[in-house]
Design a protein around this ligand. Structure first.
Ligand code: GLU
Length: 415
């Protein structure tokens, strides 16, 4: 079904935004297509001596604003169309956040939980080598995404540096701080999500203290968003992850839930809470709903049952265009993904700048600059929504696409 194709959804959003812009047809056509796409099939030697073939991708959507930026996803459902969509969203996200970057994304079709640590390292080093023809500190800088983490970024940085003959930390962001990572990068996406949620609540005259939230996904983005919401005095009443979910209408003890997750590797079975499914979580009556997992979670099948006031898109592409129409008609305030989760790539940019200068900032400085970027983008999206009389997602894309189009014309069409 077309509704579940992330790339079709990204194109539908793009066409909707472009209808409000006065772009030349050739420019719109250019921005609608990825600039280059690489598919790699590569062997990995498994622990039992068997050789297994894996497929991966790296897509550069657009390079007008600068080097391409975007994460690498390890997931069994990765496809070329998904990577294309995620790369396109990175172009708009970097543009909206005011970063000198184009958009890219990478992915490998693999469930990383089925690999041993050795196998994960071998797969990562081989994939990094295969995409080295596109990846470098000046041209294309990956980062973590679903299924990847700081350790995987460390292996990518090491592999690239081994081929190069000396260490180049700026080839990838989201690294551990010991090897050139940035203070605050790990928390940046979840923090940015809550900066936008707070801005939205202020705009809607909703008190933050005591406001209720539900979070789908308890990985890097969801867990930090939940912790930040808890620290802001909000009541996080439900959380789900891949193995289950927990619900307590009086609010979950998030620091205790984080410890439970560390001990059991799942949020399920947390004492003092009822179990809840993903579908139930998405339709809970809450002030703020935070989908922080995968694409296509809110669709035409469940959008009419969603009961939040603010939808804060921690994930990329959690809402389909069909669902967007339903939610907008129902007056739900959507903080679109490219704005809501843009804090991650903002601090990736700070990491890259620090690596290039070999001069590191402290976490207070990082968090201050992160908040400045995110709050500014939020205000710009609100102004654009009023000016063009469009929904928040379309407003965000209008701003982002216009900037890339302007720069494309300023640079001129080569030759
Ligand atoms: N994967 C993250 C995203 O979707 C981070 C990208 C980056 O920091 O380059 O925004």
């Amino acid at each position: 079904m077309a509704e579940s194709n992330a790339y079709q959804n990204a194109l539908t959003q793009f066409d909707k935004a472009v209808a409000h812009l006065n772009l030349k047809r050739g420019i719109a056509e250019t921005l609608r297509h990825p600039k280059r796409e690489l598919t790699v099939n590569f062997p990995v030697k498994m622990d039992n001596g068997e050789v297994k073939l894996y497929t991966g991708y790296r897509v550069h959507h657009n390079t007008a604003l600068g080097p391409t930026k975007g994460g690498i996803r390890y997931h069994q459902d990765v496809s070329l169309d998904e990577v294309r969509a995620l790369a396109m969203w990175m172009t708009w996200k970097c543009s909206l956040m005011g970063l000198p970057y184009g958009g890219a994304k990478g992915g490998v079709i693999v469930d990383p939980k089925t690999l041993s640590l050795n196998e994960l390292e071998a797969l990562t080093r081989r994939y990094a080598t295969e995409i080295s023809i596109l990846m470098n500190p000046q041209g294309d800088v990956p980062a973590p995404d679903v299924g990847t983490n700081g350790q995987i970024m460390a292996w990518i940085m090491d592999t690239y540096s081994m081929h190069n003959g000396f260490t180049l930390p700026a080839v990838v962001t989201g690294k551990p701080v010991e090897i050139g990572g940035s203070a605050g990068r790990l928390e940046a996406t979840g923090r940015g999500v809550m900066v936008t949620a707070r801005d939205a609540m202020q705009r809607l005259n909703m008190p933050v203290e005591g406001a209720t939230a539900a979070v789908q996904g308890f990985g890097n983005v969801g867990s930090v968003a939940a912790r930040t919401a808890h620290d802001m005095g909000m009541k996080v009443i439900a959380v789900t992850d891949v193995s289950g979910g927990v619900h307590n209408p009086n609010g979950l003890d998030i620091p205790a839930l984080v410890s439970h997750l560390a001990a059991t590797r799942s949020v399920a079975g947390f004492p003092g809470a009822d179990s809840i499914t993903n579908d139930e979580l998405l339709t809970l009556k809450v002030d703020v709903l935070i989908p922080a997992a995968l694409e296509n979670q809110i669709t035409s099948a469940n959008a009419h049952k969603v009961q939040c006031k603010v939808l804060a898109e921690g994930a990329n592409g959690p809402t389909t265009p069909e669902a967007d129409n339903i939610l907008n008609d129902r007056g739900i305030f959507i903080i679109p993904d490219i704005l809501c989760n843009g804090g991650g790539v903002v601090v990736s940019y700070f990491e890259w700048v620090q690596d290039l200068q070999a001069f590191f900032w402290d976490e207070d400085e990082i968090n201050k600059q992160l908040e400045r970027h995110v709050t500014k983008a939020f205000a710009q999206v609100m102004l654009a929504a009023e000016k063009h009389k469009v929904d928040n997602r379309t407003a965000a894309q209008v701003l982002a696409i216009q900037r890339v189009a302007d720069v494309t014309l300023l640079r001129g069409i080569y030759p």
